[in-house]
Ligand binder design. Structure first.
Ligand code: SF4
Ligand code: SF4
Length: 388
């Protein structure tokens, strides 16, 4: 035996903890490595993110490497796993262990503190949350008068670019004569970012408070601007009420169009490449609603990119990556805008890349600007607003 070789021992306690946090899911992995080959990090870096490596490290009681925080929880790998492992959930659980051991990257604790003190991740005073709507005269949600609550979320409340998406959606809802309200400065956080960075106890605390607000305010039907908030409400929230129905706003717009309540009349003469947000297409298997909306718009032609639908390519903004530095040349969104340009190149009409997620909008538009591309990035709400 070579005495220089390190000797590893199994860490049953840590392994049991991972099994507990994943409901046994981690034990399903049989270390085949198929997922690793499909991870988009392979497109932008020499190495991919490997869930099996992190599982092995836990079994051996080793610290996770910094790469643990690279996962965008995009779930692209999950589609290829022969064991059906919920890999994004395993990454969240691995991160929960890292929080327990205080092994988190610089920047993330302050994100959580901002949510704790300000109810938002932008370190902005909670009183400013409704500033985006100050000239729009949107009423405060009243269950006696309103059919839906428009849940705007933190990005649309505080990010200048995403505020335009929220304003466009307001215009569309008004054109369809939807009775809706917002919670304004009282809008609570969904906690979706906390879920993705793996601080489950804090997420549960936030979710319980927000669910209580929805109950008190009599919210039955809610439409969320962000697929991340929608996913949190739909799949991870505690009981709100028997009739509580969260939807992503494109699902609601598809319904409005099909009911004839929303009537787009103006022709756009545009060709659009639709970028499916991971939290809509993969985490919630919603592939048709955005395409039904786009198909209903006069003068809009849809082209599909090389990765589309359930095989969409992540913009790079999920899993807390919006709040962590990504080196130039390692951004998924750079690859994605090139894919859009390639899909749109043979077409006529104004080339537009369309999506339906605040994080995607920000990441994709940053890449278009950095690469000085002749490509416009719009949210579906903005495209619909141009046709009414
Ligand atoms: S969830 Fe996405 S980023 Fe994370 S390991 Fe899987 S493919 Fe890679
Ligand atoms: S594809 Fe599934 S079973 Fe194979 S290494 Fe990845 S998680 Fe494990």
């Amino acid at each position: 035996m070579d005495l220089q070789e390190p000797v590893f021992t199994l860490d049953d306690v840590l392994w049991e903890r991972l099994l507990e946090l994943t409901g046994g899911e981690a034990a399903l992995c049989f270390q085949c490595g198929t997922c690793t080959a499909t991870c988009p990090w392979g497109l932008v870096r020499g190495e991919t993110v490997s869930v099996r490596e992190f599982i092995r490290r836990v079994q051996l009681g080793l610290e996770a490497t910094e790469a643990l925080w690279l996962c965008t929880t995009c779930a692209q790998c999950e589609a290829y796993c022969p064991r059906g492992v919920s890999i994004a959930s395993i990454f969240r659980a691995l991160r929960e262990i890292a929080w327990e051991r205080r092994e988190t990257p610089e920047g993330l604790p302050s994100l959580l503190w901002s949510l704790y003190w300000n109810d938002n991740t932008w370190s902005q005073p909670p009183s400013q949350r409704a500033q985006w709507a100050k000239d729009l005269a949107i009423p405060v949600f009243d269950p006696q008068q309103h059919e839906i609550l428009l849940y705007v979320g933190g990005a649309a409340s505080f990010d200048n670019r995403v505020q335009k998406v929220a304003a466009a959606l307001v215009k569309v809802l008004r054109a369809a004569e939807v009775a809706f309200g917002i919670l304004g400065a009282d809008e609570p956080p969904s906690g979706a970012d906390v879920l993705d960075v793996g601080h489950r106890p804090f997420f549960e605390e936030l979710a319980a408070k927000t669910a209580a607000v929805f109950r008190e305010r009599g919210v039955k039907r809610l439409i969320a601007l962000s697929p991340h908030s929608y996913d949190a409400f739909k799949n991870h929230y505690p009981f709100v009420s028997e009739s509580f129905t969260p939807q992503h706003y494109v699902q609601y717009l598809a319904e409005l169009l099909e009911l004839g309540r929303l009537k787009p009349l103006l022709s756009l003469e545009a060709t659009v490449a639709f970028h499916d947000p991971c939290y809509l297409a993969r985490h919630n298997e919603e592939l048709t609603a955005p395409r039904r909306v786009l198909a209903a718009l006069p003068g809009v032609a849809l082209v599909e990119m090389v990765h589309s639908g359930a095989d969409t390519l992540c913009c790079g903004g999920g899993g807390g990556r919006m709040y962590l530095e990504t080196a130039a040349g390692e951004r998924f969104s750079d690859v994605r805008v090139e894919e859009a340009q390639a899909a749109l190149a043979p077409t006529v009409g104004t080339p537009i890349m369309v999506t339906a997620c605040p994080y995607c909008i920000v990441c994709l538009e940053d890449s278009v600007k950095a690469r000085k591309m002749a490509l416009t990035v719009k949210d579906i709400a903005e495209i619909v607003a141009l046709t009414i």
